[in-house]
Design a protein around this ligand. Structure first.
Ligand SMILES: Cc1cc2nc3c(=O)[nH]c(=O)nc-3n(C[C@H](O)[C@H](O)[C@H](O)COP(=O)(O)O)c2cc1C
Length: 265
């Protein structure tokens, strides 16, 4: 008998042979023929025989190593605080899980096209009727959707630009919001289809906005990711970066300590 349990990032396959197998002792008796299981580190470990069942194998399917998707959205290719903080988050995650894989999508270096009329026409045309140009435009969005579908953990670096998120990030948000693919509407309202993912967002600002009505980013991003089914969102803030060197250093030190807290949560 094979049981499969899906705990999101960890999938467990449990192979159980009923005690009536000729090579097994009757239920409740120790028969010394322990099953084996793979530990989280992938090592083979002996398991205790279970009364009535013989556990042949417990396979923590570590071919499902954590997949991290890092999204950078600063227009700055170098010296971006938000990218640095996102990278630090990723490094800390990978230190804890060295087998984790990483995909980096840098929206500053490789900007995604905006959602203009041509893009809308391409998206709302049936696939078989799209021109080659329209198919290519839809494929660009498809690639971003595939990245996020594959990811277990998202790590975003997000500067504040003029009280909002960078246009580069907004283009990514528009690209991955696809009805019937990443969300759908039911009789009960909207349902996000990107569930079981953890999201970390490093926010950087020149001024101070956290927990004030002028922080448009936090509620917006929380609402957006929740809409797509990602409700486990942790924010890290580096604020006051334009308020002098001392304030900048304090802000970055605070952000690093928030990262440690976020990883524990
Ligand atoms: C075009 C632009 C607009 C900005 N608008 C704001 C703003 O509205 N509020 C704010 O606190 N900081 C603002 N800043 C400061 C940035 O949020 C801050 O420098 C941040 O560190 C930039 O992120 P980065 O270091 O990842 O590039 C702005 C910076 C730029 C370049």
């Amino acid at each position: 008998m094979v049981f499969r349990f899906d705990f999101g990032m960890v999938k467990v396959t449990l192979t159980v042979t009923a005690a009536l197998s000729p090579d097994l002792s009757p239920a409740g008796e120790s028969h010394g023929d322990s099953g084996t299981r793979k530990s989280h580190a992938g090592r083979e470990e002996q398991s205790e025989p279970l009364p009535g069942f013989h556990v042949k194998a417990i396979n923590h399917t570590k071919d499902v190593a954590m997949k991290i998707l890092q999204i950078n959205s600063s227009a700055r290719a170098e010296n971006s605080h938000s990218t640095r903080l996102a990278t630090t988050l990723v490094e800390r995650l990978r230190a804890a899980q060295p087998q984790a894989t990483l995909t980096v999508r840098d929206l500053g270096r490789t900007p995604h096209p905006m959602l203009d009329e041509a893009a809308l026409q391409a998206l709302f045309s049936p696939a078989e009727q799209r021109t080659p140009e329209q198919a290519a435009r839809v494929a660009q969005d498809d690639a971003l959707i595939a990245e996020i579908q594959a990811a277990d953990v998202l790590v975003l670096g997000v500067p504040m630009y003029n009280f909002g998120v960078p246009a580069q990030l907004k283009n990514w948000i528009d690209a991955i919001s696809r009805a019937q693919v990443t969300f759908r509407y039911t009789a009960n309202g909207p349902e996000g289809l990107l569930t079981g993912k953890k999201v970390y967002i490093a926010l950087t600002r020149g001024g101070l906005y956290r927990n004030t009505p002028n922080d448009s980013q936090t509620p917006y991003l929380k609402t957006f990711f929740g809409f797509l089914g990602m409700t486990d969102v942790q924010f890290v803030y580096a604020e006051g970066l334009a308020m002098g060197p001392e304030a900048e250093q304090d802000a970055l030190a605070s952000a690093l300590s928030q990262i440690e807290q976020a990883l524990l949560a």
